[in-house]
Design a protein around this ligand. Structure first.
Ligand code: ZN
Ligand code: FE
Length: 255
């Protein structure tokens, strides 16, 4: 099974999985890059996976239907172009012969879901706008406590899990991460790596869960340095949700 990041818009990736014959895509906000990739490799589109209802994630769904032989999987709690196959936490789907589990990860939107494939050597996570490399999605509909819990569930996935986020926000996220943890050596090394990747025109993604646990401040709300920084930024206490809330508020206004 091959994984490809199809660039879309200014900074989106539409993730494509394929086996050389059949393909699935995640969050096709634009049909153009998907059709180009299907044609270039003579692939049959057999499923679309949607994480949440925002236009940059579903805008290409209807235009892809003539090419689609299979379902549009979508979060049950959101308004996604019909017809679709609604999914809830714990549901399982078969994609290209591999089993994916559905996780509810509210916070960015109320009904946001993630797709996890755990039974391979290199597990896969499609997390939409919940977890980004070095950061996390904005809280449009959820509470900080909800998002904190969603991110903790993702952080508990196996170390080697490939983190397939929908946006190339890594470098700007890492500038904020460095403000939170100026002395995090793993963060400094990763930042240098990502700068080189972007300079060469390559994606910084997918990331890995083990790496995110080392460098992503939003997964590190239990670290003493992060707690102290959050308190200095006005956190109401030292608990995970309180530290997370202060970091998220700070990041919203960070330049
Ligand atoms: Zn979104
Ligand atoms: Fe988005």
């Amino acid at each position: 099974m091959k994984l490809a990041a199809l660039p879309a818009f200014a900074d989106n990736y539409i993730w494509m999985l394929h086996d050389g014959v059949e393909a699935v895509v995640v969050d096709p906000g634009d049909e153009g890059p998907v059709i180009a990739a299907l044609d270039a490799m003579s692939l049959q589109l057999t499923a679309i996976l949607v994480t949440h209802y925002h236009a940059d994630h579903v805008g290409g769904v209807d235009a892809l239907r003539p090419r689609l032989r299979g379902p549009v999987y979508a979060p049950a709690g959101e308004t996604i172009p019909e017809p679709n196959h609604p999914l809830m936490d714990g549901d399982q789907i078969q994609v290209l012969g591999h089993r994916f589990q559905v996780m509810d990860v509210p916070g960015h939107t109320a009904g946001h879901i993630a797709y996890v494939q755990q039974d391979a050597e290199a597990p896969l996570l499609f997390c939409g706008d919940t977890l980004f490399s070095g950061g996390c999605g904005r809280l449009f509909e959820g509470t900080p406590a909800q998002m904190h819990l969603s991110l903790q569930r993702l952080a508990a996935l196996p170390d080697s899990t490939q983190v397939c986020c929908t946006h190339e926000y890594t470098l700007s996220n890492l500038r904020f991460a460095a403000a939170v943890e100026p002395h995090n050596a793993a963060l400094q090394a990763y930042t240098a790596h990502c700068q080189a990747e972007r300079a060469a025109g390559r994606p910084t993604l997918p990331s890995r869960i083990a790496l995110e646990r080392q460098i992503n401040p939003f997964l590190r709300s239990a670290e003493t340095t992060v707690v102290d920084t959050a308190l200095a930024q006005g956190a109401s206490g030292r608990s995970g949700p309180e530290v997370f809330a202060a970091l998220r508020r700070w990041k919203d206004n960070f330049r």
